[in-house]
Each structure stands twice: as structure tokens, then as C-alpha cells.
Write a protein that binds this ligand. Sequence first.
Ligand SMILES: NC(=O)c1ccc[n+]([C@@H]2O[C@H](COP(=O)([O-])OP(=O)(O)OC[C@H]3O[C@@H](n4cnc5c(N)ncnc54)[C@H](O)[C@@H]3O)[C@@H](O)[C@H]2O)c1
Length: 341
Amino acid sequence: MKKFLITGAAGFIGAKLAETLLKHNYFVIGIDNLNDYYNPQLKKERLKNINALKLKSTNWRFFKIDLKDLNSLENIFEEFFPDIVINLAAQAGVRYSLENPLSYVDSNLVGFVNILEMCRRFKIEHLVYASSSSVYGANRDLPFSENQPINHPLSLYGATKKSNELMAHSYSHLFNLKATGLRFFTVYGPWGRPDMAAMIFAKSILEEKIINIYNSGNMTRDFTYIDDIVFAIVKCAFKYPEGDEKFDFISPDPSSSFAPHRVFNIGNSNPINLLKFIEILEENLGKKALKNYAPLQPGDPVETFADVSKLEKWIDYKPTTNIENGIKNFAEWFINKGYLF
Ligand SMILES: NC(=O)c1ccc[n+]([C@@H]2O[C@H](COP(=O)([O-])OP(=O)(O)OC[C@H]3O[C@@H](n4cnc5c(N)ncnc54)[C@H](O)[C@@H]3O)[C@@H](O)[C@H]2O)c1
């Protein structure tokens, strides 16, 4: 059985991934700094859910550690020698990167290099790391495909995620580190993030507060359900990339490499207009939203839409949760628990 180390294990995606791996009896080491970018109580509740699985205590270890703290990271790698590292810890959020840029540098750049160093020094078999649809920045050629150049980020967040892909590629080439970058597209579902649309909207609807709808509602997002994301991460974790022997150095394809490094979109490949998303949410919460139409926010893309054909080929990826069922599950959780956060 492979031993996993998950960073950001108290986060939205990390906690669900840890639960899933533990349910399949893998040994999982989780690390997270439990920062207060959003309510840390939500992160603690996610950890409680993991502990409540009542698994053999030896299968799950959690450490409150910051990725910047290289010594503590090293101690953990030395104690456990993980086989597969899944790096989900990051300073997330597009809009917050306008107010707090240094937090992105600390976690997404310094922290990420520390993870790469650990992977190199401890000869990790496979590093899977979170990238983002934000790398597509100002691109308008929809659907977004891994073949496209990604040279026009709209936010520092997007720029740090592109940097992660570049840094991982260089380690992959220099030290033969097998690495897979996953570009997530707007993940939603139970135990989600309070800074993201689903939770912001749900809270305002229930509290009868006004929702700001940017770009006058003329926005689409490729909302992707958490279970589909986690399923794909697990499948990718077990599929190690190899260098492409036929790589064309004269006309390089951004989606491939001579190094054992790949990047993939993970989206639903079915973009939904924001107003439609709110409409389904209203139906499930049994209340109408009070809407205020506002201009586009700096850093926000107008549309996201993932071409997932490469991932389909790679791991037979097929998202199975449609937006109606996904929002239904989310709303049920939100009414019972999520509104507390
Ligand atoms: N949720 C999405 O829609 C989405 C979309 C694109 C990309 N991503 C990326 O996926 C990853 C997981 O996202 P999420 O939605 O679960 O976010 P999240 O904020 O819920 O989880 C990230 C976790 O990492 C921890 N963390 C942050 N900086 C850290 C540091 N320096 N050291 C240790 N722990 C640290 C946080 O405390 C948090 O619990 C992130 O890298 C994010 O950028 C998410």
C-alpha cells in the first residue's frame, strides 16, 4: 500500500481526499497550518470528520505545520518516507491576492519550492500538485485546453500557479521527479470554502442579504463537484507520467514534455451561467436572492470552460455529478451545517 502525504489536508479538497484514501485503507499523513484566511473552525470540523472515521489510528497522522517551515517538513519526510505527495496547500483566492500578495509568495512560491526540495531529497515516487484554471488568465479561446499558451495571468494567484507548473517541470527534468499538475476549475460541494461563490451566495440568500453579481451576471463558470475532483486526483496519483520521447523541441506542445511532468485540466466541461447557478441554489434553499448587478472585478475572468479530453484519455475521467445534484447536496449540507461558517 502506498503511503500518501497530503498538504492542505484540512482544506476543502484535501480533507475530502484524505477521507477517501483512508476509507480505502491507505496510510495518510496530513499537514496544514490551519490559517485564518477563512474560519479555521471549518478546517477543524473537517479534521473531526476524518478522525470520526474511527480508522486504525496508525493510518492517519496530522501535523499543524507551515510549508515555509523546511525543518519541520524535513522531520516529517524523515519519519514517514511517503511514496506519493499531494500538494494542495496554497493561498487560494483571486480577489484576496490584490490585498495580500505576500501571503501568495510565502505559501505558493516559497512553500512550493520546499515541497519540491523534499520530493527531490526523499526520492518521492510521484508529486501531484494543485494548479488552477486561473493560469488561463486572459485567454478567450474556449474551451481552455492544455495546448494553449498561458502567458497572460489576470491575478498574482494565477501567476503563482503558473510558476508552480514551471518549477515542477524544472525539478522533473533536473531530478527525474515524476510530477502531475492539476488545473482545478471552480470546485463546489459540501464542506466547501466560505470565500467561494456557492457559500457566499447561499449565506446571503438565507440571511436575506444582497448578493453582488459581477459583470451584470454575464459570467460562466465550469463548476466541478468535489467528488469528481477527488476521484480524479486519486486516479492521477496512481498514474505516473513518463517523458515523451517524441517531444518536438522545435514546436513545443505546452501540454507535453520530454520530462516526466504533465498538466491536466479537471473541470466539469459544462459551463453554467452564474444566474443559472443562483436559480438552482434558490430552488434548493427555498428562498429568492436579492441581487445587485455590479461591474466585473479586477482579476476575475468572464468565462471558464475546461477541455478535459486529455484527462479523459489519461485516466478515463468522466465527471458524474451534474449541477442540479451537486447543488442539491451542497444546499442540504449548507442548511444543516455550512451556514455556521
Ligand atoms: N477550490 C477550488 O475551486 C480551486 C480551484 C483551483 C485551484 N484550487 C487549488 O486547489 C488547492 C486546494 O484548494 P481548496 O479549495 O481545498 O482550498 P483551501 O483553502 O480550503 O485549502 C488549502 C489548505 O491549505 C492550508 N494552507 C495554506 N497555506 C499553507 C501553508 N503555507 N502551509 C500549510 N498549510 C497551508 C490552508 O490552511 C487550507 O486548509 C489549492 O492549491 C487551490 O489553490 C482550488
